[in-house]
Design a protein around this ligand. Structure first.
Ligand code: NAD
Length: 235
């Protein structure tokens, strides 16, 4: 129980990677709050579950107010909520681009800013993507949002040290609702499986690293971005 009694927030914690992170943090003893954007969110066994849109400044402030009132000030904040957008550049509308940036990048900024305003000490962990470094055809907006999160991570790590340590995880293809490998075209599947391990990862495999980075053994690590991606080399 390495995180006994610590208050944690996991955005996008109702499904997929966020849910797996919420579950391992809970198992490590943390009091976990999640937020999500689902109309009919599954019940997740955490201390607090709130519907809140991370792209909304008002929602993010109310979310932190509620967590502070019900659980205490968070010491671990995981910026995980995100959406995917896939379309050729020429067919990507301004509204598409703005929405992906609003959720994935502005959302990460709003949550981290609120954390920085309230936390005395602790950890911020940003779930980026290997596409934020590698890029991919038909995913310019999504890749740009994730590249932005990695830059945000490095800047915040410098500014918030030594009180708050800030790191990013850049997953490769993980089997969740976002990717739905069962519904993919053979071409798309082949692209995702083109790694040394040639398989999709499981949300738990990302969550394992998240718990380590949130815990006491990661006290000398900040400003880093780690791949959990089946072996793609990110440069
Ligand atoms: P998912 O679609 O299974 O779950 C997304 C979660 O985010 C849900 O809880 C949803 O309610 C929440 N969410 C969406 N929009 C939101 C908003 N505006 N405000 C608050 N919550 C919102 O996705 P996932 O695959 O678990 O992905 C989680 C994170 O990991 C995302 O940031 C995603 O970009 C990143 N990621 C995923 C993969 C992958 O292969 N699955 C790879 C790299 C990075």
């Amino acid at each position: 129980m390495t995180l006994q009694g610590k208050v944690a927030l996991v955005t996008g914690g109702s499904r997929g990677i966020g849910r797996a992170i919420a579950e391992v943090l809970t198992a490590a003893g943390a009091k976990v709050a999640i937020c999500h954007a689902d109309d009919d969110a599954e019940t997740v066994p955490v201390a607090l579950s709130v519907r809140a849109d991370v792209s909304s400044e008002a929602d993010v402030i109310s979310l932190f107010d509620r967590i502070e009132a019900e659980l205490g000030t968070p010491e671990i904040v995981v910026n995980n909520a995100g959406i995917l957008h896939e379309a050729p550049l020429a067919e990507t509308t301004l509204a598409d681009f703005d929405r992906v940036i609003a959720v994935n990048l502005r959302g990460g900024f709003l949550v981290a800013r609120e954390a920085a305003r309230r936390m005395e000490s602790g950890r911020i962990l940003n779930i980026a993507s290997d596409l934020g470094l590698l890029g991919r055809e038909n995913m310019a907006a999504y890749s740009a949002s994730k590249g932005g999160i990695i830059a945000l991570t490095r800047s915040m790590a410098r500014e918030l040290a030594p009180k708050i340590l800030v790191n990013a995880i850049a997953p490769g293809p993980i089997d969740t609702d976002m990717t739905s490998p069962g519904a993919m075209s053979p071409e798309a599947l082949a692209k995702d499986l083109d790694t040394p391990l040639a398989r999709f990862g499981r949300p738990e495999e990302v969550a394992a690293l998240a718990t380590f980075l949130a815990g006491p053994q990661a006290g000398f690590i900040t400003g880093q971005c780690y791949g959990v991606n089946g072996g793609s080399v990110m440069t």
